[in-house]
Design a protein around this ligand. Structure first.
Ligand code: DAK
Length: 258
């Protein structure tokens, strides 16, 4: 059984972290699975949205601490670098990734969720950066993305104390998009994914690019960047189809592939 399992249906790729016995902790096999995910999205142009979910009671309890203990510094660095690169690629690929957080999202698991474009959490989910409890610090964006998402002081508190927060608190802080009932998580995430998959793949990719890259710029540069991407979207076949469909009072038929 692969550590990350894939299932594709109607343009939606489910990637299931599948090490429930270790709360889906990230070992080399999981890293390989995440790299495969990125490669699949790059190669399979019919993929429109990715959903990452965990098998069992956790989304992901972070990097595999047992693997860390067995590894030399250099081995750990190699695997962790590959993980960091895979998470960065999540931001760069032109397909939205939704984290369906079904339980614990801790350490590298919280970082993985934050590297996704949207986070839907079940009501029993918990988030946190507990690295400090084992004498290390976050290494895949925990101190950085968290501060941008929940604010400077709250991120400082979470990284210094290692305390976990509930899904409800994560929603209040702006870390997750929405919280849903545990038994409705898959259904709700699928609904969200389908809504996005119905749009123009070009426009979806450009929105992701505009938000993610523009977020790192000054407002003025970001808005200028947005204008350029707007012009690109305007030039697409789908823009013609979308606007014509509006005028002709019909549902647009956007391209199914990117
Ligand atoms: N690693 C390895 N095994 C883990 C694990 C982990 N992170 N989390 C849980 N497990 C294993 C447990 O050892 C246990 O295995 P057995 O003893 O049954 O063999 C099994 O999963 C079930 O766990 P528990 O028995 O502990 O279950 P509980 O419900 O009692 O507790 C828990 C759940 C999530 C609160 C607890 O397991 C826990 O605290 N886990 C550790 C969470 C943690 O500290 N995570 C942070 C790890 S450090 C970087 C990228 C990433 C990273 C760093 C750098 N770069 C790109 C530079 C990431 C670092 C981390 O994530």
């Amino acid at each position: 059984m692969a550590a990350v399992e894939f299932e594709k249906e109607n343009g939606i790729l489910w990637a299931k972290l599948n090490r429930p016995e270790a709360l889906n902790a990230i070992n080399e096999d999981v890293v390989e699975g995440l790299e495969k995910l990125v490669e699949k999205v790059r190669n399979e142009r019919d993929i429109r949205v990715v959903i990452i979910i965990g098998e069992g009671k956790a989304f992901c309890a972070g990097a595999d601490i047992k693997m860390f203990l067995r590894s030399s510094t250099f081995e750990a660095r190699e695997i962790i670098e590959r993980l960091g690169k895979a998470l960065e690629a999540f931001e760069d690929i032109d397909v939205p990734i939704i984290a369906a957080v079904n339980g614990f999202a801790l350490g590298g698991g919280c970082e993985m969720a934050m590297a996704c474009d949207l986070i839907v959490a079940s009501e029993n989910a918990f988030f946190g950066q507990p690295e400090i409890n084992i004498g290390i610090i976050p290494g895949a964006g925990g101190t950085q993305r968290l501060a941008r998402l929940v604010g400077w002081k709250k991120a400082m508190e979470l990284c210094l104390t290692g305390n976990r927060i509930s899904a409800q608190e994560a929603e209040r802080l702006g870390l997750v998009n929405r919280v849903v009932k545990q038994e409705e998580l898959k259904e709700e995430v699928l609904k969200l994914a389908k809504t996005i998959a119905e749009k123009s793949p070009t426009a979806v990719g450009l929105v992701k690019q505009a938000v993610n890259r523009g977020f790192k710029m000054s407002l003025r540069d970001g808005v200028a960047y947005e204008r350029d991407l707007f012009a690109l979207s305007f030039a697409s076949e789908d823009a013609k189809e979308g606007m014509s469909a509006f005028v002709e009072k019909r549902i647009p038929e956007f391209r199914k592939k990117r």
